[in-house]
Write a protein that binds this ligand. Structure first.
Ligand code: CP
Ligand code: NVA
Length: 330
């Protein structure tokens, strides 16, 4: 499989075989890291990490993966560059493309990362946009595979706002890889129809199914994976908190939801999570709305079924695989 020179912008651009290849490569790189076998064939290469939104996992995963492999990194923070303010994305792409071997971009509209990729002349990796979060998908799929041995036929239920990056990306990943995807939320938060149609096309090829339901009991029944994400994403206005808390509370992941899934079911969350309200924003919302948690209870988050920290670790191994594959295998 040769992915050298390819961008990694959305899983829509990748075949099931290519995605599986990236997962296999990630598993191999993880094994090597755990057993102390170095993979550091990229000395002399450098990558740029552009973050127009904040990050813990994605930034650290790119930096550790790059450093493990002998590469240099430059982090451009949400305010510390000329991008989009004094300099267009096209010009930025052409400048960075002359200096770096690859560019990670996290920001707002998908068209920005697509534009960057069009002009950079080096691989561009999407570290999250409003629409998609493809590197997260590889970590999620690797975690599911580690728990169940295979992906095909597994039922993944996404609860919450399914219109944004996580809901969209999970629907794409599941439909490409032959999984049963359920968006369990109110109609208003169902993924957009055009993307559902596209994914139904993938599903017809892979044996996957796509279900949109408002019914928690029916939706989560016999699930293998229960997945949720924050109810308010980065870049959304503060005004939406009240409405989201009101409308999405019935879709909180509780122990009753987990009990309705299979005994072997796991809980995943891309993180950060509002499982308790000890953080600054959490405490403020807790006080304002008289709540103790949001999208998942602390009980579920801390339970043995919760694999969220394996999932977070897998961000690093899978991002390493994306870089190895697109920069060219050593
Ligand atoms: N899951 C994820 O992308 O986390 P960060 O926002 O911390 O990068
Ligand atoms: N939907 C969330 C995902 C964070 C990893 C956001 O965009 O903020």
């Amino acid at each position: 499989m040769d992915l050298k020179g390819r961008n990694f912008l959305t899983l829509k651009d990748f075949t099931p075989e290519e995605i599986t290849y990236l997962l296999d490569l990630a598993a191999d790189l993880k094994e090597k890291k755990k057993s102390g076998v170095p993979v550091d064939h990229y000395h002399g290469k450098n990558i740029a990490l552009i973050f127009e939104k904040t990050s813990t996992r994605t930034r650290c995963a790119f930096e550790v993966a790059a450093h493990d492999m002998g590469m240099g990194t430059t982090y451009l923070d949400p305010s510390g560059s000329q991008i989009g303010k004094k300099e267009s994305i096209e010009d930025t792409a052409r400048v960075l493309g002359r200096m770096y071997d690859g560019i990670e971009y996290r920001g707002f509209g998908q068209e920005i990362v697509e534009d960057l990729a069009k002009y950079a002349g080096v691989p561009v990796w999407n570290g999250l946009t409003n629409e998609y979060h493809p590197t997260q998908m590889l970590a999620d799929m690797l975690t599911i595979r580690e728990n169940f041995g295979e992906l095909k036929g597994r039922k993944l239920v996404y609860m919450g706002d399914a219109r944004f990056n996580m809901g969209n990306s999970l629907m794409i990943a599941c439909s490409k890889l032959g999984m049963h995807f359920v968006a369990c939320t109110t109609k208003e938060y169902f993924p957009n129809e055009e993307l559902v149609e596209t994914c139904k096309g993938y599903a017809a090829q892979s044996g996957a199914t796509i279900t949109l339901t408002e019914d928690v009991k029916e939706g989560t029944k016999d699930a293998d994976v229960i997945y949720t994400d924050v109810w308010v994403s980065m870049g959304e206005p503060d005004e939406v908190w009240e409405k989201r808390i009101k409308e999405l509370s019935p879709y909180k992941v509780t122990k009753e939801v987990m009990a309705n899934a299979k005994d072997t079911a796991i809980f995943l969350h891309c993180l950060p999570a509002f499982h308790d309200l000890k953080t600054k924003i959490g405490a403020e919302m807790g006080q304002r709305f008289g709540i103790e948690d949001m999208e998942v209870t602390d009980e579920v988050f801390e339970s043995a079924q919760s694999k969220v920290f394996d999932e977070a670790e897998n961000r690093m191994h899978t991002i390493k695989a994306v870089m190895v594959a697109t920069l060219g295998e050593f």
